[in-house]
Design a protein around this ligand. Structure first.
Ligand SMILES: [Zn+2]
Length: 384
């Protein structure tokens, strides 16, 4: 009898585990990273022809968080290596999400709310060292990208120096970014350790206030802490670019006021436009202009909040407005692909943006700048 119960329990456990891994985990990924079917979208012959000659770069994808084989084309989410190639992408910034408060919203999140990335780590069988440590979660995601780089079949290079940007056609460049600097775990020496893992850009906050200062979606609205100042100084000393996406207005101002004046950008965002989400999600125009004035760039996101209309035409409109506000040299793509957002197209379909930028009347040289030229220039200047 006891033997039967034991065998029965073991069978149930195995079945539950199989369901979790084969149904629940991929199903959650697919549900959290949908492509809204708002098409069909037009890509004219001239647009496709131009797109094929562009240097295309995107400033923000959270793909390393999900358990997918990125070397194969997947039918869920937004980004994998084959789809990046189909979309003509030359450089993709991969960001590492390490902590995310339950009930995520643009208005206000508590730093001590239950953390959903702990569940992501457990359910996707990340190594035990990542279960309690946000630092180890950043290390794990960098190592995930390094494993893809190690397989020559993937033809992927992680940008560690400016020279790494210079690759033959067909080679994909990945660049590592932390989404928030809480992985430092309050120790400035961890800037160097994460640099050694390959990180060349660091966000300061994500959806909650952390040791460095306030989040745009946190509770304090605080500026840079003393530790924040020290950490930013160390980032710049090591040629790590500072990402102000999700940073509070006060943090952004404090960083822009620092006399060291290192590289600053916004990996994914937009302007305060005509919807509540965009007003809560984005920095005011004056701060965006200050970022542009010192050679920084702003990646326009493809999700509601970054923009108010996520169709290709809506994103092109936001790009045109951003050019009017900051000048063409400051505007870039910052999809937030695989960041638990709904987008209207995945990365394989990026030519739809080129098409819409032509429709919007942008010149060829402006399209080249926005689609990737600006990102390349920014990292050529910021990387070691
Ligand atoms: Zn984000």
């Amino acid at each position: 009898m006891i033997k039967k119960i034991l065998i029965g329990s073991a069978v149930l456990l195995v079945a539950a585990f199989a369901w979790l891994q084969l149904v629940f985990v991929p199903g959650t990924d697919a549900r959290m990273n949908p492509v809204a079917d708002l098409g069909p979208y037009e890509v004219g012959e001239a647009a496709q022809k131009l797109h094929d000659t562009l240097y295309v770069a995107d400033l923000h994808a959270d793909s390393l968080m999900w358990r997918r084989d990125a070397s194969k084309r997947q039918d869920r989410g937004h980004v994998d290596l084959p789809r990046l190639r189909e979309g003509g992408v030359d450089l993709q910034v991969f960001s590492a999400v390490t902590k995310s408060p339950r009930g995520l919203n643009f208005a206000e999140n508590a730093a001590d709310a239950p953390d959903d990335i702990t569940l992501v780590a457990l359910a996707q069988l990340w190594p035990p060292r990542t279960w309690q440590s946000v630092y180890e979660r950043a290390v794990f995601q960098a190592q995930r990208l390094a494993r893809y780089e190690a397989d020559p079949a993937n033809d992927l290079v992680i940008a560690r120096t400016a020279a790494d940007l210079d690759q033959p056609d067909g080679t994909l460049v990945g660049l590592l970014l932390t989404e928030g600097a809480h992985p430092l775990e309050g120790d400035v020496a961890n800037v160097r350790r994460l640099f050694d893992e390959g990180y060349r850009a660091m966000g300061l906050q994500h959806f909650f206030d952390n040791e460095l200062g306030g989040s745009l979606h946190g509770q304090s609205g605080a500026g840079l802490t003393e530790f924040g100042v020290e950490a930013v100084r160390e980032m710049w000393r090591l040629d790590i670019a500072v990402d102000l996406a999700h940073a509070s207005e006060a943090v952004s101002r404090d960083v822009l006021d620092m006399p060291e004046g290192g590289p600053v950008f916004i990996s994914h965002g937009g302007m305060r436009d005509d919807c509540v989400a965009s007003r809560q999600r984005n920095l005011p125009d004056a701060l965006l202009r200050r970022i542009a004035q010192r050679g920084g760039i702003v990646g326009i996101g493809y999700f509601e909040g970054a923009v108010c209309d996520i169709t290709p035409g809506g994103i092109a409109n936001a790009i045109v407005k951003a050019i009017d506000l900051m000048g063409v040299k400051a505007v870039a793509l910052g999809s937030d692909y695989d960041g638990t957002v709904a987008t209207a197209f995945d990365t394989s379909q990026l030519a739809v943006i080129t098409h819409q930028l032509i429709e919007a009347g942008l010149s060829e040289s402006d399209i080249r700048a926005v689609m990737g030229g600006n990102v390349r220039r920014f990292f050529e200047e910021s990387l070691p």
